[in-house]
Every structure is written in C-alpha cells, then in structure tokens.
Design a protein around this ligand. Structure first.
Ligand code: GRF
Length: 224
C-alpha cells in the first residue's frame, strides 16, 4: 500500500449494494487506496445500508420522498457529502437523476456504473433490451456523470458475450461479475491521479492498450 493519503469516497446506492460490497472488499484487501467515508441511500430498505452498517461504515438514508423538489433533495445530499470532505462521489445503483446543483458541487468528480456498453442501451432494464435487440455482446461501463442519462465520458468498459440461451438474469449476473472488477479499478485510477479528462476523452496514464478483437459467435479455428 502506498503511503499516499487515501482518496475520500462516498457511495450512493438505492439497491442491494453488491458494487458497494466489492469496493468495501477491495479497500479491506488494501487493493484500493481509498476510504469510504459515507454511504447514502434514498431508499430506507436498501441492502447497501445494511452492507455499510455491517462493515462499520457511516451510513444514512436521505429519503427523496421527504423533499418537494429534486434540488432540495440534492442539496441535502451535497451537504452530507461536503461534511465528510468527499473527494469522489461513487454512484452504485443510485436510482436518482443528478441535478445541475449536485453536478456543480463535484465537477468531474461523480462517477457511475451502467450495465451495458454505452452509448448503446442507456436507461433501465438494459440487459433485457440488449437480448431483445439481438446484440452479440454487452457489458458494463464506468463513466463520469454529466447532465444526461448515462451520457458522460467513458472511463472503462468490460465486454461480455450474450449467449443464445441468456435470460435477463443470467446476462445481468455475467455483467455484474465484471462490474465488481472494473468499478474498484476505476476508483483506484482516480486515487493514483491517473485519470486525464479532455472533453469526452478519458485516458488512464501509463496503461497498455488492448489490441485484441472479440468475435461472437467465434470464428472456426483454422490452421494458418
Ligand atoms: C448494477 O447493475 C449497476 O450497473 C446499476 O445498478 C446495479 C446496482 O447493483 N447501475 P448493486 O446494487 O450494486 O448490486
């Protein structure tokens, strides 16, 4: 573990929190030079809150139903994030649209994970949409959050094949396995100060480039 100060994270989640768990686990193993200062959920029943509690991480529910406007809810969230000196806001299944007020409080410092290969299939129920479309690959995308829905600059993607007998559940599980790898790694790149953003282009300093193509269904193996 480097001696550099740990990156202060806050994780926002509305659901079961398996991505949160992968970040907790990687921090514990010393593979992530970051500390989760706070977990916030808008959903009082979120499994993510239980996971945080079990891990001894400060957690709160800010229920959006108690607020009249998106801005007033976001203001409460931003205040909580500022209070713990959040450096990177990690959305992990957070089912709320982020208002300009929130974005301006953390410019280029809010990231999200989406279970499809953006810019294909933004929005909800995207595993089923990819199957219905007949796509041969799907995957997941870690991206910066901007004013749109799943439109921000892409940081890293993982590709998985879509199999002939896939259901929404089997595909979601295959994608989730990759989410749990790429999300902690993306955070680590931020912790190392290696994420360089120029307009829509995000580059990770000192990374090797992938040069292998993926084909699905695979071509027959032929002798050269
Ligand atoms: C993940 O599929 C993520 O890509 C999406 O919401 C889901 C959250 O899952 N944004 P979990 O709560 O982390 O298990």
């Amino acid at each position: 573990m480097s001696l550099k100060q740990k990156l202060c994270l806050a994780v926002l989640a509305s659901g079961s929190g398996t991505n949160l768990q992968s970040i907790i686990d990687q921090c514990r193993r010393g593979l992530l030079n970051a500390e989760i200062k706070l977990v916030i959920s808008n959903n009082p029943d979120a499994g993510a809150l239980e996971r945080a509690e079990r891990a001894g991480i400060n957690n709160i529910c800010i229920n959006h139903r108690g607020f009249d406007t998106r801005e007033s809810f976001d203001q409460a969230v931003v205040s909580a994030l500022k209070e713990v000196k959040t450096e990177l806001v990690v959305l992990a299944g957070f089912m709320r649209i982020i208002s300009p007020l929130f974005l301006q409080a953390f410019p280029q410092r809010i990231i999200n994970i989406h279970p499809a290969l953006l810019p294909s299939f933004p929005g909800l129920h995207v595993q089923q949409k990819a199957i219905n479309y007949g796509a041969k690959f799907s995957g997941c995308t870690v991206h910066l959050v901007d004013g749109g829905v799943d439109t921000g600059p892409i940081i890293v993607q993982a590709v998985v094949p879509i199999l002939d007998n896939d259901t929404e559940e089997t595909l979601a599980a295959r994608i989730l396995e990759q989410e749990h790898k790429i999300y902690p790694q993306a955070i680590q790149w931020f912790a190392e100060g290696r994420v360089k953003i120029t307009k829509r282009q995000v580059k990770i300093e000192n990374c090797i480039n992938l040069e292998t193509a993926l084909i699905n269904p695979p071509l027959p193996q032929r002798e050269k």
